[in-house]
Design a protein around this ligand. Structure first.
Ligand code: MLT
Length: 332
């Protein structure tokens, strides 16, 4: 060994002893762009995770579906090739039908309903069921507000106004059936193909919360908004169960605590930002229409046709009844 190699070897050995254990940096897939609920949830989570673990665990967000479509991130996390993902619940439902209860039309009617269900006993049961069904664990809940309908062609206020519009929906049976109950055949499409499809006018419209419309810059390709309230968008933060199981018990507790902190931050973000973002979309030229007659026709058609169709898939009518009654409403 030359003097130089001996010097380098001993220097590397000393440095290795002196350096702290390298922090683990986890990859977090995010379906939406910057400025919306998903990014806010992700930022709150990474900050809380670093704090909880004294900097030993950190996360890096990959926005705009860089790590794959939202559906694909569920399978990637399930197989352990991805660590975390933040996505809309409607894109988990195809893998874990019980969470479909939360995508049934007109079940969750406010942020408070969403918080009560997701953070209570029912949410805990859904977390356990999702681990079993898909191999991913929900460790945080993002709250994005109601999915309003946007389109490029005309103001929509009645069910009849939907006629002639080609509307993109996620690949989610419940949402497809909801539009069918309103008399049109929607176009199921992955989230990461949606902006281009709106821009190229392959479809005329879509539905998503104000937060998401803003984060995805849909105001550049959509003009009209209808204030539908059929679906309150819940956006879970999931971790690969394989990755989670590999952590020490202490690290698992730190991850769960960071998820809880991010959940609270997400509710706060919606409360403080949604109205500002809606006003910003109007300032950019979007026009908002209220559904006619307090949305009665939309509500009556969707609940009558869609709820019973999915009782079996969500685990029985009693699963929906349990959600409704725990929100102080009559059973279905
Ligand atoms: C979808 O429409 O596929 C999702 O709700 C989009 C999102 O995650 O924001």
């Amino acid at each position: 060994m030359t003097i130089i190699t001996r010097f380098l070897t001993s220097t590397v050995a000393v440095l290795a002893l002196a350096l702290p254990v390298a922090a683990k940096e986890y990859r977090i897939a995010v379906g939406d762009g910057a400025g919306g609920t998903q990014e806010a949830l992700g930022n709150a989570f990474t900050a809380a995770l670093a704090e909880q673990s004294g900097g030993e665990m950190t996360g890096k967000l990959f926005l705009n579906g860089q790590l794959g479509s939202e559906e694909d991130t569920v399978t990637a996390a399930a197989t352990g090739t991805l660590d975390f993902s933040i996505l809309a619940i409607n894109n988990i439902t195809p893998y874990s039908p019980t969470v479909g209860t939360l995508t049934l039309p007109y079940v969750i009617l406010s942020l408070e309903d969403a918080e009560k269900i997701t953070q209570g006993e029912i949410g805990q049961q859904m977390i356990e069921q999702t681990i079993e069904d898909t191999g991913v664990r929900i460790i945080g809940w993002g709250y994005s507000g109601f999915r309003v309908l946007t389109n490029s062609k005309k103001p929509v206020s009645t069910v009849a106004d939907l006629k002639g519009l080609v509307i993109r929906v996620p690949k989610n049976e419940i949402m497809i059936e909801t539009y069918k109950s309103w008399g049109i055949n929607p176009t199921p499409m992955s989230w990461n193909e949606t902006f281009a499809a709106l821009q190229q006018k392959v479809v005329d419209g879509q539905d998503n919360p104000y937060m998401t419309v803003y984060a995805m810059k849909f105001d550049e390709v959509q003009k009209y908004i209808t204030n539908l309230r059929y679906l309150f968008s819940i956006e879970p933060l999931i971790v690969s169960e394989a990755v989670f199981a590999d952590l020490s018990e202490e690290e698992q507790q730190q991850v769960l605590a960071a998820g809880e902190a991010a959940t609270k931050a997400s509710a706060e973000f919606l409360r403080t930002e949604e109205a500002k973002i809606r006003d910003e979309l109007v300032a950019r030229g979007m026009e908002i229409t209220e559904p006619a007659d307090g949305e009665k026709e939309f509500i009556d058609l969707a609940t009558a046709a869609v709820w019973p169709k999915f009782y079996d898939q969500i685990g029985g009518k009693e699963v929906l009844d349990n959600v409704l009654t725990s929100l102080g409403r009559p059973a279905a």
